[in-house]
Design a protein around this ligand. Structure first.
Ligand code: PMV
Length: 364
């Protein structure tokens, strides 16, 4: 990724300018966040892996005007891979206007952003979690006084308000978001307000410490129903209560299985969560369908290979038709051959992304 300079016009009415750059990763959930309440709080706890290569970089400049009257920060300019995208600018403007109370040090500031993606835009891979994590890290870097723990916790909380799952993207590895009353599995204090990282040494058996993710692009067209609309439909969803109970149970089981190295249970839970998420969409009012026939073909091939060769591999889905195939690093050459021989025919233009679990955001 080349790194252009943020072009802040010199302006005699600006008294100071602060600039920083952050790269933040996308994440893929094993236990899905679906449905929210209050100020962007999750209906149930979720667990994800942050990715290594699917990242967004933000170059952010924060200017202090000589005199200002507003209490909120405001967006001065935003370029996404060199282009102005009105819808994305409007989303960030709305976010800045609604979070002024939590970012008092940014009152009246004018913010210019240049954002770049490390993955092709044409893939339909959601970039909002990575973008909003990069934004939150940049905003929290201005007048940073807290220690690391407080800094990342605050960035996670701010990212959550921009896009729920973004709160998990401020950390690497396995990340938990949401209050989980499960002392048997978690030593740390979990919260609905922000995500917490789960250390590999403590929570993951060696088998799950170096996972790869083959992201199989089935359809890159923008999805017809947004995640925000999907979350909204969970408010009156007929299976709402059952979903919350199930998510807690699945989280409990997967935490035990990730720790003990039980790949069979991990695969069962992750795939049930993925298909369950789409089941919730299919049983929403109005009901909708984001998977495509090729999504199903890929799922069937993955399950066949797992049964045939007893491999510790499993698939998951985001709120879209693309398939994430998760597998341990030791199986890389086998899985790459499998992708080439059996799965690429189901991918749009034969496209897939060779990703893996990463170590989290980086200040550039
Ligand atoms: O963060 P949002 O509002 O884009 O919701 C994302 C929800 C899922 O990606 C479907 C699940 C998850 O936990 O990431």
């Amino acid at each position: 990724m080349s790194k252009p300079n943020v072009n802040v016009k010199s302006d005699s009415k600006i008294t100071s300018t602060y600039c920083c750059s952050w790269r933040a990763p996308s994440n893929i959930a094993l236990i899905k966040y679906w449905g929210k309440w209050g100020r962007q709080l999750p209906m149930n706890p979720s667990l994800s892996f942050s990715l290594k290569h699917s990242c967004i970089e933000f170059d952010t400049c924060i200017e202090t005007p000589a005199d200002f009257t507003t209490t909120n920060p405001k967006l001065k300019s935003l370029l996404v891979d060199g282009k102005e995208i009105a819808k994305f600018s409007a989303r960030i403007e709305k976010f800045l206007a609604s979070t002024g109370d939590l970012l008092p040090e940014l009152a009246g500031k004018e913010i210019s952003i240049i954002s770049r993606a490390s993955f092709p835009h044409s893939t339909g891979i959601a970039s909002s979690a990575a973008s909003m994590a990069a934004l939150a890290l940049s905003l929290c870097s201005f007048q940073r006084t807290e220690d690391d723990l407080e800094f990342f916790r605050r960035a996670s909380l701010i990212a959550r308000l921009a896009s729920g799952s973004a709160c998990r993207s401020v950390y690497g590895g396995a990340v938990l978001w949401g209050r989980c009353e499960d002392d048997a599995c978690i030593d740390e204090e979990s919260s609905d307000e922000y995500a917490i990282p789960l250390s590999s040494e403590k929570y993951l058996a060696p088998l799950f410490r170096n996972m790869k993710d083959a992201i199989l692009i089935v359809d890159s067209t923008p999805k017809k129903v947004s995640s925000s609309a999907g979350h909204q439909m969970m408010i009156d969803h007929p299976y709402r209560e059952a979903r919350v109970v199930l998510a807690h149970e699945n989280l409990h089981k997967i935490l035990l299985a990730l720790k003990s190295g039980d790949a069979k249970v991990v695969a069962e839970i992750v795939e049930m969560e993925a298909l369950g998420l789409h089941g919730l969409m299919m049983s929403s009012m109005p009901s909708y369908l984001l998977v495509r026939p090729n999504t199903i073909h890929i799922i069937e091939r993955v399950r066949e290979l797992r049964e045939r060769e007893s491999l510790p591999i499993f698939f998951t889905l985001d709120a879209g038709p693309n398939v994430h195939l998760l597998y341990p690093q030791e199986l890389t050459s086998k899985i790459k051959a499998f992708v080439a021989e059996e799965l690429l025919r189901f991918c749009e233009g034969g496209e897939w992304i060779d990703d893996e679990v990463g170590s989290g955001p980086l200040r550039l």
